[in-house]
Design a protein around this ligand. Sequence first.
Ligand code: 5GP
Ligand code: ZN
Length: 148
Amino acid sequence: MTPFETPETQHVDPNCIFCKIVSGELPSRRIYEDDRAVAFLDIGAWHRGHSLVVPKRHIPDVVSGTSSLPEIAPAVDAVARLLMHRLAADGINLLSSAGQAAGQEVFHLHVHVVPRYADEPGLRSLVNPGGATDDELDSVYRQIQAGA
Ligand code: 5GP
Ligand code: ZN
């Protein structure tokens, strides 16, 4: 598969929630899109603005398929900068889990892009997720969109 195939010809897993988010079958707060990747707010936010960057085609994880990480790297780069600027974050953590042993729960490749704030020093994570209400997610979504 070439990286520039259209979404219609890309591999989709009918049981995958991130494939359904990419296609629009499931709703998400989408903050970025390019020809190969989509980014949206994580519903279980560890910190304000926590987002996921996913490839448009179904790839299970970062060690599956060919060139899976380079395919979404431009999107990760753009989303990290977008969140830094629009949310006035003080830092960013990137994380991608591959396999159950690593804590992966959704088996469609994703990179967590987690804005960090000086007054919240401890990284929340898979084992201590924190979470966000719908109102909090809507609020940060509006803030990210406002600079568009
Ligand atoms: P993993 O543990 O596989 O690295 O991370 C999966 C992430 O997907 C979790 O942080 C979880 O909150 C997020 N997630 C799971 N289901 C949904 C969903 O339906 N919508 C969104 N926006 N995020 C989801
Ligand atoms: Zn998928």
